[in-house]
Design a binder for this molecule. Structure first.
Ligand SMILES: Nc1ncnc2c1ncn2[C@@H]1O[C@H](COP(=O)(O)OP(=O)(O)O)[C@@H](O)[C@H]1O
Ligand SMILES: [Mg+2]
Length: 469
C-alpha cells in the first residue's frame, strides 16, 4: 500500500541533499573564483619575468653598441638579431633624440633618477606595450656623458604565455572540483539511503501496523527523531487501544439495558392498552431493536479490529460450510422480507485461513445488506468457489451501489442517503476489517440485474501463522 506521504518524504530528502550541496559548493566555487583571480595575477607576473630579463639583456647590448660605434649608425644596426619587433629611441642628456626606429615618449624625470632599468606597461598608439627605460653612461663615444635608451616590446607573447600558465592552473582545479562534486553527491546519496529505506518500509506498511520503527537502521543524527516518532506511535497505540476498549465496554454495558427495554416493551404490548399507547410501545420496541443492533455491530467491530485479534488464532476453515450455514440462518429473515435467498456452493470444501467468528461476521453483514436493500420480490444469491483464489460472492438485484460510493461504503458510519432503511453504517466497515485481517480482497461491482455484487477473494497461501488442516 502506498501513501501520499511517500512523495513528500522523497521531496524533503531531495531538498535536504540540495541544501547540503549548496552549502558545500557555494564556498568552493567562491574559492575557485578567488584562486582564478590570484592565479591570473601570478601567471602574468611569471610570464613577464623571462621576457623582462631578455629585454634588459637586449637593451644593454643596444646601449653598448651605441656607445662603441665609431661611425654614424642606422637604427637597424643597433637592433640585435631576432629583435626586429622592438621599437627604440636613444635620447641624449638633454632629451634630444639621437637615434630611433620609432618615436617613443620622452622618459619621465623619475625614470632617469633610477639606478637600474625601469620597466612598466604603457599604451602607445592604442597598443599595449612593455616599456623599458635604461640610463647608461658613455665610456667611448663621449666619456662621462649619459644617454637614455627607451625600448618598447609588444606584450602579445607575454599574454599568450600567461594564459597558458593560467590554463595549467585552472583546468586541474576545475577537474578537482568536478570530481569533488561527484564524490560528495555519491556520498550524500549513500548517506541518505537508510532514510530512503525507512521511507519505503513506511510506505509499504499496512495502515494498522503501529509497530515501532527500527532505530538501529538509521544514522545517528536521525535516531533521536525516530526515537521520538516511536514514542508518538506508542502513545497513539495506547490511545487507540483505550478508545477501542471504551467503545467495546460501552457497547457491552448497553447491551443488557437495551435487551431489558425491549423485553419490557413487548410485555407491555400484551396488556390491553389504548391505541396511542400501543403505538408508542411499538415505537419503543422498534427503537430498542435498532439500539440493540447498533450495539451488536459496535461489538462486532471491536471484536474484529486487527489489534484485538491474535493472528495465530487463525486456522483453515471451510468457507463453503460457513457460508451455507449462514445462508440457512438468514433464510427466515429473507422470507419475512419477501426475498428469494439462494446458495450455490462448491462441491468440495474450500479451506481459507480465517477465524470462524470473523468469517461469520463478514458473511452475515454481506447477506444482511443484500436482504435489507433489495426490495421485496428480489433475489439474493450467496456463492462460493475456487479459481486462483478461494472466493465468496454475495449478489442481489436491488438498487446497487453507485460507482463513486463504492469506496466510501466501507468507511465507519457511512450510509448512502435515501436508502429508506435503518442501519448504523458499520456493516461494511466490519467486512473490511475482517477481510484485511484475513489478507482478503473485496471487490464491489454491479450484477446483471443492476444490483450489487460483493466478491471477497481469499489468497490460497496466506498460511503465515495458520494452523494446518
Ligand atoms: N447490497 C447492497 N445494495 C445496495 N446498497 C448497499 C448494499 N450493501 C450496502 N449498501 C449501501 O452501503 C451503505 C453502507 O452499508 P453498511 O456499512 O452495511 O451500513 P448499514 O447497512 O448499516 O447502512 C448502506 O447504507 C447502503 O446504502
Ligand atoms: Mg449493513
Amino acid at each position: 500500500m502506498s501513501t501520499p506521504l511517500g512523495g513528500k518524504v522523497e521531496d524533503d530528502i531531495l531538498s535536504l541533499r540540495h541544501q547540503l550541496m549548496n552549502w558545500l559548493f557555494t564556498p568552493l566555487y567562491l574559492l575557485l573564483l578567488f584562486s582564478i583571480v590570484t592565479g591570473y595575477i601570478a601567471a602574468l607576473q611569471l610570464s613577464n619575468q623571462p621576457y623582462d630579463l631578455a629585454l634588459i639583456e637586449r637593451a644593454r647590448l643596444m646601449a653598448s653598441r651605441f656607445d662603441h660605434a665609431d661611425h654614424i649608425l642606422q637604427p637597424a644596426d643597433l637592433l640585435p638579431d631576432g629583435a626586429a619587433h622592438l621599437s627604440f629611441t636613444v635620447f641624449d642628456a638633454r632629451g634630444a633624440v639621437m637615434l630611433a626606429n620609432a618615436s617613443l615618449p620622452h622618459p619621465r624625470p623619475r625614470d632617469l633618477s633610477a639606478t637600474g632599468p625601469v620597466l612598466r606597461n604603457v599604451t602607445l598608439s592604442g597598443e599595449k606595450v612593455r616599456l623599458l627605460i635604461l640610463r647608461f653612461d658613455s665610456t667611448r663615444r663621449e666619456p662621462g656623458v649619459h644617454f637614455v635608451l627607451a625600448v618598447s616590446e609588444p606584450i602579445h607573447n607575454r599574454l599568450v604565455l600567461g594564459r597558458s600558465i593560467l590554463g595549467n592552473i585552472v583546468i586541474p582545479q576545475f577537474i578537482f572540483i568536478l570530481i569533488a562534486g561527484i564524490a560528495v553527491w555519491i556520498g550524500l546519496k549513500r548517506g541518505f539511503s537508510p532514510l530512503e529505506r525507512l521511507r519505503c518500509a513506511l510506505a509499504r506498511r499496512p495502515v494498522n501496523d503501529l509497530s515501532p520503527l527500527d532505530e538501529a537502521q538509521v544514522p545517528g543524527e536521525v535516531r533521536p527523531l525516530i526515537h521520538e516518532l516511536n514514542g508518538l506511535i506508542t502513545r497513539l497505540k495506547i490511545m487507540l487501544e483505550h478508545q477501542r476498549r471504551f467503545v467495546a465496554n460501552a457497547a457491552h454495558q448497553l447491551r443488557t439495558p437495551f435487551a431489558g427495554l425491549r423485553a419490557q416493551a413487548e410485555l407491555a404490548q400484551r396488556e390491553p392498552v389504548t391505541e396511542p399507547v400501543r403505538y408508542a410501545l411499538e415505537g419503543i420496541c422498534e427503537g430498542a431493536s435498532r439500539c440493540n443492533r447498533l450495539v451488536e455491530q459496535l461489538l462486532a467491530l471491536a471484536r474484529n479490529e486487527p489489534e484485538t485479534r491474535n493472528v495465530e488464532a487463525m486456522a483453515y476453515i471451510d468457507l463453503n460450510r460457513v457460508a451455507q450455514g449462514l445462508a440457512m440462518e438468514w433464510a427466515p429473515e429473507a422470507v419475512r422480507q419477501g426475498i428469494d435467498l439462494g446458495f450455490e456452493g462448491a462441491v468440495m470444501p474450500i479451506p481459507v485461513c480465517a477465524d470462524e467468528d470473523g468469517l461469520r461476521d463478514m458473511i452475515s453483514n454481506l447477506i444482511d445488506n443484500a436482504i435489507r436493500y433489495t426490495p421485496p420480490g428480489g433475489q439474493v444469491t450467496v456463492l462460493t468457489g475456487m479459481d486462483g483464489d478461494a472466493w465468496l460472492r454475495v449478489e442481489d438485484n436491488g438498487p446497487g451501489i453507485p460507482v463513486d460510493e463504492r469506496q466510501n461504503v466501507f468507511n465507519r458510519f457511512y450510509r448512502i442517503a435515501g436508502s429508506g432503511k435503518h442501519g448504523s453504517g458499520l456493516g461494511l466497515a466490519i467486512v473490511a476489517e475482517v477481510a484485511q485481517r484475513f489478507g482478503a480482497r473485496i471487490e464491489v461491482s454491479e450484477s446483471v440485474g443492476g444490483g450489487a455484487v460483493f466478491v471477497v477473494r481469499f489468497p490460497l497461501k496466506t498460511a503465515r501463522g495458520c494452523k494446518e488442516l
